[in-house]
Design a protein around this ligand. Sequence first.
Ligand SMILES: [Zn+2]
Length: 285
Amino acid sequence: MNARVPMRIVNALTVDVEDYFQVSAFESHVDRGDWDTMPRRVESNIDAILELFAAHGARATFFTLGWVAERHPAMVRRIVAAGHELASHGFAHGRAHDQQPEEFLDDIRRAKSLLEDLSGHEVRGYRAPSFSVGPRNPWAFDCIAKAGYRYSSSVYPIRHDHYGAPESPRFPYETRPGLMELPVSTVRVMNTNLPAGGGGYFRLLPYAVSRWSVSRINKVDRRSAMFYFHPWEIDHEQPRMNGIPVKTRFRHYVNLNRTRARLARLLKDFHWDRADAVFLDGARP
Ligand SMILES: [Zn+2]
């Protein structure tokens, strides 16, 4: 056992499987119609991630975009064959709050059935693009339940300029009958929720901050953490997009060359498993 973590609390490791040109922050700069003309890098990045996880004996949940799964079915099967959980990131990466309920429901149903056809397993988890579910669109939870998912991980209870629901619960709760919400982790400091679950903060801030945060969730809150990252975050050679405003560009490209080593430290310093095994009772396959 790792000496830094006295109790064996297992944390949830998750990956949002999408390519560098599909991120919500680039949405107004990249035409969806051009996606098929862009060089794709997601499959080689996922292979590197699968190797990294295997080297550390870590299992994870892969919230996979339907658009990507359709073009990379062999990659989806490799994820499943390695013992990881295949979950859904919707089909076309539209934010929930930008859509009508019917359109949103169609998108998340389409992704679920495609991923189930490819994997031969029930897909229980869903994560909304850009954590776009919260108090302003409660109907989205009704749709997620209606589509047959068992859990969602679509709320980041922080204050952020593009997303966030700072008043939402910090730890898993039943949001609809039979549907759990598993929020991305935060640490509570001076009555404020600070991000502790990955994303740009993991690259921007020193690794020690992430280690302190996960430790605090395990030791002080005595809960499992929920951590996430994207395959493009380990890829410092990805093509640079043109015409991106300075702040967005900084957030996307900062410290890409350091992420892989940081992830290796995170995998070594804590215990990790799939979200279903960590949070859903009796779900350990
Ligand atoms: Zn996404």
